[in-house]
Design a protein around this ligand. Structure first.
Ligand SMILES: [Zn+2]
Length: 211
């Protein structure tokens, strides 16, 4: 999945149901409660515990499986990943500026940023603070910080527009570099979206299960 999409992507698509499950975070190894989100088409945010007895309803049938998704990392690791991804993006853009492939400036600014300014976060202040400190629920702003929304970009002499060839080439180069930086920092899945797909179903006793 494109990491620019919301990491709670089902959420953005309207109603869904949830199954709460104890699971080990794939990054820190701690056991935490994870939320599996799935849709049946007739949902109003029902929340179940794994193994709970559930009466079938117009959306949830005993003879059907439903595609669900679960975060691979716990919330604090996702936060850490998002912050690291943010700095990987800064570092990657700085490298591209150093290579003279890229020019970057904040939207509305006349000043093209140097590699040093990119590294020290002299970008848009909002992008330097991917999380608001006092809000546990806040999603990382990294997913709305699409580079084309916040910056004017020139790639190898051509103004970047999405989708144009310069935009596509810049995007590919940037994402490859971000991926490398993240892997070097100990995120084996790199920039990949940190969710897994699985199946939700009712077993013959009408207990909710996942596979
Ligand atoms: Zn974790």
């Amino acid at each position: 999945m494109n990491p620019r999409a919301s990491w709670r992507f089902l959420n953005a698509m309207g109603m869904f149901r949830s199954v709460l499950v104890e699971r080990t975070c794939e990054h820190c190894g701690e056991s935490k409660t994870f939320e599996i989100q799935f849709k049946t088409g007739f949902d109003s945010c029902e929340t179940y515990k794994l193994g709970e007895l559930v009466a079938p309803d117009e959306g949830l049938h005993a003879d059907q499986t439903y595609k669900g998704c679960i975060d691979r990392f716990c919330d604090s690791c996702i936060r850490e990943w998002a912050v690291d991804r943010q700095s990987a993006m800064r570092e990657s853009m700085a490298q591209l500026v150093e290579a003279n492939w890229l020019q970057v400036r904040n939207k509305g600014s006349e000043h093209w940023l140097s590699a040093g300014e990119l590294r020290t976060g002299k970008m848009d202040a909002s992008s330097a603070q991917p999380w608001e400190e006092d809000s546990e629920e806040k999603e990382p702003s990294i997913f709305v910080m699409a580079s084309d929304v916040h910056f004017d970009l020139v790639w190898k002499g051509v103004e970047v527009r999405f989708p144009n060839d310069a935009g596509r080439e810049f995007d590919r180069e940037l994402e490859e570099r971000i991926d490398r930086v993240l892997r070097d920092q100990g995120w084996p899945s790199g920039r990949d979206f940190v969710q897994r797909d699985l199946l939700v179903y009712l077993d013959e006793d009408y207990r909710i299960r996942v596979a």
